[in-house]
Design a protein around this ligand. Sequence first.
Ligand code: PGA
Length: 259
Amino acid sequence: MKKKHLIANWKMHKTVQEAAAFIAALLPKLEAIDKRQLAIAIAPSFVHLSAIAGLIDGDASIQLVAQNCHHEREGAFTGEVSAAMLSSIGVAGVLIGHSERRIYQKEGDSLLAKKIKRVLETGMQPFLCCGESVAARRDGSHKEAVQQQLTESLSGLTPKEIASLGIAYEPVWAIGTGQVASIEVITEMHTFIREILSNQYGGINIPILYGGSCNPQNAKAIFSCPNVAGGLIGGASLEVDSFMKLVGALLEQKDDTIY
Ligand code: PGA
């Protein structure tokens, strides 16, 4: 079944108390929604994951996604968190290669390929983030940049492994800037990513989410673009009301644009 995804990427926001208040307010609002075609996930700080897992307590309406994990199985890596640790507390997915980690932690595509393998090993879903810099968009090498990210981060994966992935297209210049990509850019890039996936891995239909200044005002237009299976949302996911408006916009999306 085609599924739409909405992932709240909370980045380094909220205390545990604020996170708990958000979840307590969100859960009742999700009760009336038909979740069969909608996967709603929260990606909070590592610190909040266990507390939120306790609050959700098996409620299938929200999944937990981590913002990162280490590429090694275990070992002497002070301050790091392994995929097995995340899986053991009920985390269902992990964001891999968010541009803020590519920029500030200098994470490169070959490291991300190892992280994806590790996440798949534990049965969780990796969400690989890709997207061009402002410089690449200006000099016209945006497609090349995204193709390189995908090819290198997915190298060594079997088509079966690729089939368990999600992709998020997040142009760096649109993240947290209020400068959302145009409908033409989103359509062009999502179609391009879909082509890369089908040329290299055959008829694999995995979700491609859009991220970058998506908000309640522009979500409906974004979610109606072809090959957009939902959103990875930063700023607009921090308040329950705004997040619920995004859920509403995704519910209105027609099935035939998801893949
Ligand atoms: P934004 O962030 O919605 O605040 O632009 C999106 C993201 O970084 O995932």
